[in-house]
Design a protein around this ligand. Structure first.
Ligand SMILES: [Fe+2]
Length: 284
């Protein structure tokens, strides 16, 4: 990776592929909490994703939440500020299973949409266990989209329904293309249908499409699938224990590849609200 100059007090950073920025701890005793938050925030906003590797991260969820509050307002969920993402003994929703998680944006069923996601990998699965988190840069995707495809997608609104069995659910209705709440650039909002080859997928969402005929929905879905998984726009992140990754939830979609059941995959996630907080137009 070619190094880039330090960004406003951050250690040397290098571009990630196909997007994002990676910052490695310069020594073995650098602490996450020693990094300048304003510079980190600007780096995330500019690059849409920043990976911090090798820094000492907080051991306890409360400490992680405390650091996140130095960024701004944390979005609190029924479970608190920190989501413990690991496979449940008896999952009722795909989030807490070892299945894949289709691409989506966080907060899609909630009154507020968080601007940023902060992930801390407490324990990474083994190298052959799967479980990568995938991020799609929808701003770049739309910049490269053929005009006729863009014209079709601009006409389409998707309504999603899912049972509320864990911490989210209900109904959300969003155009495929909406402006980024901060910058105004076009972004794509889509929750992919679960893959057909996972019949055991827990808590499937239902989709309804407006702006496209029923007979044209399969071609629309195939086009979305091919584009969203185009390697020019999709970053598949292999977790290392201790990784901290911060992502722009307004610009990106994210999901998970399936992993070996009972593999030791443990992530923590905190949501940071925008300033001002962004009211979710999909549930208005
Ligand atoms: Fe998510």
């Amino acid at each position: 990776m070619p190094a880039t100059p330090a960004l406003d007090g951050l250690p040397a950073a290098a571009p990630a592929e196909p997007f994002g920025l990676r910052i490695d701890a310069p020594s073995g005793d650098d602490r996450l909490t020693g990094l300048p938050v304003p510079a980190l925030r600007e780096a995330v906003r500019a690059h849409r994703l920043v990976l911090l590797r090798g820094f000492h991260a907080p051991d306890e969820p409360e400490e992680l939440a405390r650091w996140c509050r130095t960024w701004g307002e944390v979005m609190t969920w029924p479970f608190g500020d920190v989501l413990e993402l690991r496979e449940a003994e008896e999952p009722t929703d795909h989030i807490f299973d070892s299945s894949s998680v289709p691409l989506h944006w966080d907060g899609m069923y909630k009154p507020l949409i968080p601007e940023l996601q902060v992930f801390h990998c407490v324990r990474a699965p083994g190298g052959s266990d799967g479980g990568r988190t995938v991020f799609c840069d929808t701003v770049s995707l739309l910049e490269h989209c053929p005009p006729e495809v863009l014209a079709l997608w601009r006409r389409v609104t998707v309504t999603y329904r899912i049972r509320s069995v864990v911490h989210y659910g209900g109904r959300a209705s969003s155009p495929l293309i909406v402006p980024h709440p901060r910058s105004g650039v076009p972004t794509l909002r889509f929750n992919e249908p679960p893959p057909q080859d996972e019949p055991d997928f827990l808590n499937r969402p239902a989709h309804a499409f407006d702006g496209v005929g029923d007979e044209d929905v399969p071609a629309l879905l195939a086009g979305l699938r091919d584009t969203l998984h185009d390697p020019r726009f999709l970053l598949a992140h292999t977790w290392h224990s201790g990784d901290v990754l911060i992502a722009d939830n307004y610009a990106l979609l994210h999901g998970r590849e399936r992993f070996t059941s009972r593999a030791p995959r443990h992530l923590r996630r905190v949501h940071l609200l925008g300033d001002p907080a962004f009211a979710n137009p999909a549930v208005a």
